[in-house]
Design a protein around this ligand. Structure first.
Ligand code: ADP
Ligand code: MG
Length: 229
């Protein structure tokens, strides 16, 4: 028991540290990318090849930060009351431009006054990872639909896409570190997401069919808000 406590304290310190490093590193990465891009435009032959590789590796570094730590706050996590519609408004604000950029559509129906307990930054990180995967799986006429409701003492959230889908053998590997089918993937997104949802006392299930699409179902304990008298 004591060992466990020490381990989780260490994990806490490491994740705080990682979060603040990520924040500091993001800007210089972007600046470096800009200059490399400029050089690439002016370069020839072998130089082009090296610069392209350098850019690819920089993008990989940014990808790791995005999957892991986009919203991580350097302070100790605070548990707050989260209102789902409010959280998803922020999440969609970030992801709708990404979807529109590739000609896909996101629709959502999240009723007001669904509450859960958790950390807002981590919640956003988890759902950005899930929805970003859906967007990246989309093909022609791509659509992602998000909806939520209360069922008994749980809040249930569905994220459904009509993307490329997965084989059962792929579904079985989700959340495994470095499992990715993408050339620019990190294979860390869902590992982080599973962990966040577990810490928030929720669970996540994937239903998927190759060539048809994927549905992710996430459940959290609902927090019942008493009506003020
Ligand atoms: P990454 O996105 O960097 O590849 P993730 O952990 O986010 O890593 O996802 C792992 C893999 O799971 C993806 O490469 C993809 O093959 C598969 N996957 C996850 N979500 C979906 C989805 N909605 N539709 C199809 N495949 C998915
Ligand atoms: Mg991903």
């Amino acid at each position: 028991f004591n060992m466990e406590l020490q381990r989780s304290e260490k994990m806490e310190i490491i994740s705080e540290l990682a979060a603040s490093v990520a924040h500091e590193v993001r800007n210089p990465l972007q600046v470096t990318r800009g200059f490399l891009q400029l050089l690439l435009e002016k370069s020839i032959n072998k130089d082009r090849e090296y610069l392209t590789l350098a850019l690819k590796e920089l993008d990989r570094a940014s990808g790791i930060i995005t999957d892991f730590l986009t919203f991580a706050k350097p302070e100790i996590d605070q548990v707050q009351l989260l209102e789902l519609a409010d959280e998803f408004r922020h999440i969609e604000g970030i992801l709708i431009p990404l979807a529109n950029f590739q000609g896909s559509k996101i629709t959502s129906r999240i009723p007001k006054d669904l509450y859960i307990e958790g950390n807002s930054s981590k919640f956003k990180q988890a759902f950005i990872n899930i929805i970003k995967n859906s967007i990246e799986a989309l093909r022609e006429e791509g659509q992602v639909h998000i909806w939520a409701y209360t069922e008994q003492d749980e809040v249930v959230i569905h994220i459904q896409d009509n993307g490329e889908g997965m084989e059962p053998s792929e579904v079985a590997r989700l959340g495994e570190p470095y499992f990715s089918n993408k050339t620019k993937g990190t294979g860390l997104g869902l590992m982080v997401t599973f962990r966040i949802i577990e810490v928030m006392k929720g669970n996540m299930k994937f239903l998927s069919e190759k060539g048809v699409g994927t549905e992710v179902i996430v459940r959290f304990p609902a927090v019942i808000q008493e009506d003020p008298i």
